[in-house]
Ligand binder design. Structure first.
Ligand code: ATP
Ligand code: MG
Length: 479
């Protein structure tokens, strides 16, 4: 009986404990060092080691799951480091988006260690160690490009790497990374940072510098140009002169990148809170047109800055939403970016005598098909874009049941947001947008009043005036 009472008491108290005990447990966990003798392989060719007291990356800032993975790998006798964006962001005192772990354990070995592991990827074979809805990405050190045909990665004739699952050591892995600031390794063994490429100096100087020859590295993987711009904007860093020079020369190479991979870059570029600046910089370096050719074309012959304002306002709204912690749907951004090219195309068709509804329908199809080829926008997105566009004319009907029907349409919210965006940029009337804002907020009876047909004011009867019949002009008279 006593045992049951004690159990019930503990159970009742249990919700008071967690926060403190979780903190203590984390602290203990962090302090607990795996008792593993460092492997003899852990040598660094020409790297600078920055010991813990000389940098500001603390384990307290590292995600719990990433720490678990690092410790476990160490415990199993492998080398384990944090690398890439997380080290770069922690050095800047920012919260990293994710924590990338790199190790000398091969994917299958990682899978043997972690029962909660899934192996993914063809181009790069990676391990995901899964914790509920989150995961920690664990990569194996990869080798630098070798001339040995047998184990060289597959490279296209333009120099692009299409597959490279050749494992190596940290001394080789570092040369595969893109920028010096992305190639700093945080060692879980002694909490030092290992710097092979002068990443710490570039970090302090705020420089985005490619490791190796800029043009060659862009040819290997043209997506690095997009990454260079993204990091420059996000971190408020400058592009190193070589990098800056090489981008316009190599921008055209983005055409060779599979559309699905480019599509993956879009949210990172435009929906991470720096969309406006990223857009401006991508245009400056000739990269934007490689992603959105039709938009670039319409921007280049813009009338009264209208299309640019539409794009900028859409991006600005997205940036504001990120700042407020809200989410953004990328199809909405696509709808805004492609609206003007679609309109232009529809106008051309109407001028040629096409029916308006058909012209819009066809124009939407053509613009989207072209864009899908470049960015592999999924079908459920293109359907949503079409819907947002096709609902726009319906906002003009403000009488009877039509407004209510539109209000209850599943895509109403996005269509209304789009109307607001158009009103901000002069492509729809502000009076109309305000009416719809008021209509949504109104009570049912007010809504009914708002949509009642306006009584047609009786026209004042026109006084009939009789004009005197003009006398026929006598040009000449026969006498
Ligand atoms: P983010 O904050 O966006 O996550 P990140 O630098 O961590 O930035 P990831 O895509 O997560 O970007 O890549 C992790 C690391 O892998 C990079 O820091 C870099 O070292 C390496 N890397 C990623 N993409 C490339 C690439 N295309 N070429 C060379 N190295 C790359
Ligand atoms: Mg990352």
């Amino acid at each position: 009986m006593n045992a049951i009472l004690t159990f019930l008491k503990n159970f009742a108290d249990s919700d008071k404990k967690p926060i403190r005990s979780a903190k203590i447990a984390r602290q203990k966990f962090i302090e607990k060092l795996p008792d593993v003798v460092p492997r003899a392989t852990e040598t660094y060719d020409g790297a600078t080691i920055i010991p813990r007291p000389d940098h500001n990356v603390s384990r307290q800032q590292v995600g719990e799951h990433a720490l678990k993975v690092l410790y476990r790998l160490r415990k199993e006798g492998f080398d384990a480091y944090l690398v890439g964006g997380c080290v770069r962001d922690l050095l800047l005192g920012r919260e990293p988006k994710d924590f990338d772990v790199v190790t000398n354990a091969e994917p299958e070995q990682i899978a043997d260690i972690f029962s909660n592991c899934r192996l993914i990827g063809k181009r790069f074979r990676l391990a995901h160690v899964i914790y509920g809805r989150e995961f920690v990405e664990v990569a194996t050190f990869r080798k630098a490009i070798s001339d040995d045909k047998k184990d060289a990665p597959r490279i296209t004739k333009e120099g692009r790497i299409v597959q490279d699952n050749i494992y190596g050591s940290i001394n080789e892995d570092v040369w595969r990374r893109d920028f010096t600031i992305n190639a700093l390794y945080y060692n879980i063994r002694d909490f030092s940072i290992v710097d092979f490429v002068g990443g710490m100096d570039d970090h302090k100087a705020g420089l985005i510098r490619l490791i190796g020859d800029a043009s060659e590295r862009f040819r290997e993987d043209p997506v690095r140009m997009l990454r260079a711009v993204r990091f420059a904007v996000k971190l408020a860093f400058k592009l190193h002169h070589d990098c800056e020079q090489a981008i316009p020369l190599n921008a055209h190479l983005l055409a060779s990148i599979p559309a699905a991979r480019l599509h993956d870059e879009i949210p990172k570029l435009f929906l991470s809170g720096y969309g406006v600046q990223t857009f401006e910089m991508l245009r400056q370096y000739g990269l934007f047109g490689m992603l959105f050719p039709a938009v670039e074309k319409s921007l280049s012959h813009e009338a009264a800055h209208f299309p640019k304002m539409m794009v900028i306002n859409a991006l600005k709204n997205a940036d504001d939403r990120v700042a407020e912690g809200k989410t953004i749907q990328s199809y909405f951004l696509f709808a805004a970016l492609l609206f003007e090219p679609m309109q232009q195309r529809a106008d051309e068709k109407i001028k040629k005598g096409e029916l308006e509804s058909i012209a819009y329908y066809e124009a939407a199809g053509e613009v989207l098909t072209q864009q899908v080829r470049r960015l592999a926008i999924p079908r459920h997105f293109t359907l949503a874009i079409r819907e947002v566009w096709s609902l726009q004319p319906k906002f003009s009907s403000r009488v009877g049941m039509k407004p209510y029907r539109l209000l209850t349409h599943p895509r109403f919210r996005a269509a209304y947001d789009f109307l607001m965006l158009r009103a901000q940029t002069g492509s729809a009337s502000t009076e109309l947008a305000e009416w719809w804002t008021a209509y949504q907020a109104a009570s049912e009876s007010e809504q009914r009043k708002m949509t009642q047909p306006q009584p047609v004011a009786a026209k004042p009867k026109k006084k009939r005036t009789y004009r005197k019949k003009a006398k026929p002009l006598v040009i000449y008279s026969e006498s």
